[in-house]
Design a protein around this ligand. Structure first.
Ligand SMILES: Nc1ncnc2c1ncn2[C@@H]1O[C@H](COP(=O)(O)OP(=O)(O)O)[C@@H](O)[C@H]1O
Ligand code: SF4
Ligand SMILES: [Mg+2]
Length: 433
């Protein structure tokens, strides 16, 4: 792994959000927002490999695309290539809301506001490799054109020099001159991913964002590509953002890991520390869901249920709906009652309305009084998690209506947990299991 020898920060991400509008009806009115990335901050230091890990649907690809400048953020900022003092200046300006200091940095560093010369510098220095090499390589272009294109566009080379540069790039990824005049479909999946990597490296970029680069490949081919990436990182000193749903993939490559859940980073830190001593229950669950990483019995699944709807992220801690350690303060809310009801179709079918005073306080109306009594007694029974039950402050039944109030809590935020370590959990440490 590469040591951090200088202070440059390749990307500083500050409170970044990317929301997608949900449209409905003939008029295509906006009825909600998919909060794919919902307040992400971190630094990517020059020469390091940062693993960005989380289940499918957590917002990793969206984050990668915004960082690469392929999508505009909804709010927040991505800043490119800052010195140590510029980084300090940025954070100071953001903290104090000081417009002048910020404006100075934005034109030359903020990715969605760069002047044209800085944009060009950013684009050539930030390359992306996608999971699906088949759709990211133009099927009608020869390998020589695909890998040579960045060099042509940036007028780096032409003619025979261009061809020799492409051959050299192909050789760096384990291919060769004999592959120059072939089409993508003439290659295996692993070879196509090598071509994608050669193209990404053509301009000798500062940063390469790799989005699940090996997820579509067989295990043995996956290992070869990971080795290739690791060697290239070591010899050329690239900064890598390695996106994957599979923690084992980044274990030997990443210097640091950021774990993402439902649009947010929930834990980050040094790879070895995070593997040996996860702080967030979601990180632990990801590790346990992968028996190769823990040596536990196969078939043990640490992670149950699915990622909630990013248009309605849970209150308090976003992970509370699936967390085996959840406490009464973790954000239990009316939506959790509705979710429980969905598991009891006979009762759910009788629910006619939910009138919310807040996410924690609402009246649920049913078609008949017996249904409302059933819900009230269910909330007092054993089907409901004990911590959820303990979070209920009041349940009153009046005819067909049940009024429920949970204790209201604030959002659980990331807090420092030691050197270079952050986690967003109310617990001081994971309980022993
Ligand atoms: N262009 C888009 N329009 C609407 N929703 C989107 C779009 N792209 C992604 N999403 C939604 O954003 C969430 C995060 O998706 P994505 O970034 O692909 O996650 P991941 O890469 O972690 O699987 C998902 O709920 C996905 O459906
Ligand atoms: S705050 Fe911690 S204990 Fe509570 S639900 Fe979230 S991860 Fe679990
Ligand atoms: Mg993805």
């Amino acid at each position: 792994m590469t040591a951090n020898t200088d202070q440059r920060t390749v990307l500083a991400v500050r409170d970044l959000k990317k929301h997608f509008p949900i449209k409905d009806g003939a008029l295509q009115r906006t009825v909600g927002q998919v909060r794919a990335v919902d307040g992400v901050s971190f630094d990517l230091r020059r020469g390091e490999t940062l693993g960005l890990v989380g289940e499918s649907g957590c917002g990793k690809t969206t984050l990668g695309r915004v960082l690469a400048g392929l999508e505009k953020p909804t709010s927040g900022g991505v800043y490119f290539d800052l010195s140590g003092s510029q980084l300090a200046q940025l954070d100071q300006a953001l903290r104090s809301g000081e417009g002048e200091g910020l404006a100075q940095l934005e034109g030359s560093h903020r990715v969605d506001q760069l002047d044209s010369a800085s944009w060009r510098r950013f684009r050539r220095n930030t390359q992306m490799v996608f999971q699906d090499s088949f759709s990211s390589l133009n099927p009608r272009h020869l390998v020589s054109d695909i890998v040579g294109r960045p060099l042509r566009v940036y007028k780096e080379a032409s003619g025979s020099e261009l061809r020799e540069r492409v051959v050299s790039l192909l050789e760096q990824v384990g291919l060769g001159r004999q592959h120059l005049y072939r089409y993508p479909h003439q290659f295996s999946g692993g070879q196509r991913q090598r071509i994608s990597i050669a193209r990404a490296l053509a301009l000798d970029p500062e940063l390469v964002i790799l989005d699940e680069p090996t997820s579509a490949l067989d295990v043995s081919v996956q290992a070869q590509i990971l080795n290739l990436l690791h060697e290239l990182q070591q010899s050329r000193g690239f900064t890598f953002l390695f996106i994957t749903h599979d923690l084992s993939v980044v274990r030997h490559m990443a210097d640091r890991i950021a774990v993402m859940y439902l649009g947010r980073i929930v834990e980050s830190g040094d790879t070895t520390e995070l593997f040996n001593d996860p702080i967030h229950p979601y990180t632990e669950a990801l590790l346990r869901a992968n028996p190769d990483l823990t040596g536990e019995d196969e078939g043990f699944h640490g992670l149950e249920g699915t990622v909630p709807d990013p248009a309605r992220p849970p209150q308090g801690c976003r992970f509370h709906t699936r967390c085996v350690y959840a406490t009464p303060d973790c954000g239990w809310e009316i939506d959790d009652v509705v979710l429980q009801l969905e598991d009891t179709p006979a009762l759910f079918d009788k629910l006619v309305g939910v009138e919310r005073r807040s996410p924690f306080d609402a009246d649920l109306s049913f078609t008949d009084g017996a249904a409302s009594l059933s819900l009230a007694s269910a909330l007092d029974g054993n089907e409901v998690p004990a911590s959820m039950k303990a979070a209920i402050e009041q349940v009153t039944v009046q005819n067909q209506t049940v009024s429920i109030r949970f204790r209201a809590v604030d959002e659980v935020l990331l807090t420092p947990r030691g050197t270079d370590r952050l986690a967003s959990c109310l617990l001081d440490a994971l309980p022993k299991r």
